[in-house]
Design a protein. Structure first.
Length: 585
């Protein structure tokens, strides 16, 4: 039957084929769905997938869709585009430096915020010397308390303390345990940063079982994955007050980490294997609360990534494009995240060829993995990138200056206008989450919703903090909207501290402790000013923050001084408040 149908087909003459126009598809997916190679529901102006992520949904404009053009027309269009580019290069847009907002629909839909405060809202750069946690040490309300206000001194002696992680010679590598360690890595770590080919990694684990450990790049990645698998645990919300309830074998993890580091030195520094292993080294160093070493690893991976793009083989790159994008985004955001806390050399984002679109998902040829949920992990990864973009807008809008005193000099109307727009974006990011990524206290043991919830609290904390500063330090009455935003800051800080009081070790444990310090200091400032209503039990909340700092400060030397500072400020404030109460009796 098939043969008879084939015989009835009329062959098309070659000349006709050459002149024919390709048929234009009736429906075209949006650019993000096309890159993901998934079905798009084509809803306008935003498809369902883009709406859930709260990202711009872009459909190719009819005037730029050349799918129905013949080859000759495409050649003419290419030449015309080249001529236009030459004209525009020699005659730049006279309005380009006018400071006017962009007029494209995409820019208008993203945000209605304009003006000096939001001039760099969409910049990929983050403010230098951001010091998101330690800048609160300079707040004038704490001038009557004696402590070291230089944040860079926190790391004095940090390197020596960080090196004391157990003797790597006390234990050895057991090859039979490698499969279980790698499975733990895929379940506990890879789900947040999918920067390795899990299929290739699992295959190499089987090769090691047959041939033993080598000195190649895949073995280096495998050993680093083992180190992370050993040190990581399934997500559990065990309070920090339950001491010795979670056991972590740091010395054994360090054995595998050290073995992987030895092999990194033998790799080509412009290879993907080198960049992957170096990035995972940074992740391990964050797990062990060594932010300076982690930043060095992430910074090195970022630099090597730029070299890789200049030396890569275009043919090979077409196969590894999705992996390249994911690795690039992970390196970029991890390095920047540390720089929001520590003053370190920045990599100019303008030097990166970062696409505005999201990284491509992993390509699955065979059966989906059984040790971790691939689709849920990928959705979390995209959500994390989307939320970090909103956080970048907040940092660029309010933290571009080194001193917080500029918040008193700025227009309160302009500040509130920008803040309310950014607050709307944060609220939309939360509302558009799919049900299985939405956080609830009843289902609090779900890892990915918990981390997204913590990210949202962090964004709100950074967004409301300038208004707390205005209310606390201004000698004039502030507009009610400013007071309301300051009150939100106090409540957000309370939630942030309570949600941080768990023992779960992860990539962001060091940030959790710094955040607990930052939020507790903000609550003390609010109480010390006497201008805001304090929540019931705020004393216990600050005590919880101190417990969190002490818990992680056992490993991170830079956290201990923060605990001393918070205790001094807290003790002084409580003493002053008790004296005031006694005076009014």
């Amino acid at each position: 039957m098939a043969e008879s149908i084939q015989r009835r087909k009329r062959p098309v003459p070659p000349s006709t084929q050459a002149m024919s126009y390709p048929r234009k598809r009736a429906v075209t997916a949006c650019q993000l769905c096309r890159r993901r190679k998934t079905k798009c529901d084509n809803v306008r102006p935003s498809c369902g997938f883009c709406a859930n992520l709260d990202v711009s949904c872009i459909y190719q404009a009819p005037e730029t869709d050349y799918s129905s053009f013949d080859p000759a027309a495409l050649v003419l269009l290419e030449k015309m585009d080249y001529m236009i580019s030459l004209v525009e290069k020699n005659n730049p847009d006279p309005l380009g430096d006018s400071g006017l907002p962009p007029t494209s629909d995409r820019s208008q839909s993203r945000s209605s915020v304009v003006g000096a405060w939001a001039a760099n809202e969409e910049s990929r750069e983050i403010p230098s010397r951001c010091n998101i946690s330690c800048r609160i040490l300079e707040w004038p309300i704490f001038d009557d308390v004696q402590f070291d206000r230089a944040p860079d001194t926190l790391f004095t002696g940090h390197a020596k303390a960080s090196q004391q992680q157990g003797n790597p010679r006390s234990q050895g590598i057991i090859e039979d345990h490698i499969p279980s360690y790698v499975d733990r890595f895929l379940t506990n770590v890879h789900t947040k940063n999918p920067v390795v080919d899990h299929t290739l990694l699992s295959k190499h684990v089987r090769d090691i079982a047959e041939d033993g450990l080598g000195w190649d790049g895949l073995t280096s990645i495998t050993l680093m994955a083992c180190a992370l698998g050993i040190i990581s645990q399934p997500f559990q919300r065990i309070p920090v007050t339950q001491l010795d309830s979670v056991k972590t074998d740091l010395p054994l993890a360090n054995v595998y980490y050290t073995a992987a580091r030895k092999r990194i030195g033998l790799l080509d520094t412009t290879s993907l294997l080198y960049i992957q292993t170096t990035f995972l080294s940074g992740v391990y160093e964050m797990y062990t609360l060594r932010p300076l070493a982690a930043w060095h690893s992430f910074h090195t991976a970022c630099s090597s990534m730029q070299l890789y793009f200049k030396t890569r083989d275009p043919l090979e790159s077409s196969v590894t494009q999705g992996l390249e994008q994911r690795l690039q985004w992970s390196c970029f955001k991890s390095e920047r995240e540390i720089r929001t806390e520590i003053n370190l050399i920045s990599l100019k984002a303008s030097n990166w060829d970062l696409t505005e679109e999201f990284p491509m998902p992993p390509h699955e040829d065979g059966e989906p993995p059984t040790v971790f949920p691939l689709e849920e992990s990928w959705y979390y990864y995209l959500t994390d990138i989307s939320q970090r973009r909103i956080l970048d807008r907040i940092l660029n809008s309010f933290y571009a200056h080194e001193s917080d005193r500029q918040w008193l000099q700025a227009s309160s109307d302009e500040m509130t206008r920008i803040a309310l727009e950014l607050d709307r974006q944060v609220a939309m990011a939360e509302a558009n989450l799919p049900p299985w990524l939405q956080f609830s206290q009843e289902l609090g043991d779900r890892e990915l919703p918990y981390f997204i919830h913590r990210r949202l609290l962090h964004m709100q904390d950074c967004l409301y903090k300038p208004f707390l500063f205005r209310v606390v330090h201004s000698h004039q009455a502030q507009p009610q909207v400013v007071v309301d935003l300051a009150q939100r800051c106090v409540e957000t800080c309370r939630k942030n501290i309570l949600e941080s009081a768990i023992q779960h070790r992860h990539h962001g444990s060091w940030f959790v402790a710094r955040g607990a310090f930052r939020c507790a200091m903000a609550m003390v400032a609010a109480a010390k000013s006497g201008k805001l209503a304090m929540p019931n039990g705020w004393f216990a909340c600050v005590d919880t923050a101190l417990t969190v700092i002490d818990f992680w400060g056992q490993e991170a030397a830079d956290l201990r001084p923060l605990g001393h500072i918070l205790r001094a400020v807290y003790s002084c404030t409580r003493s002053q408040m008790e004296k005031e109460e006694t005076r009014h009796l």
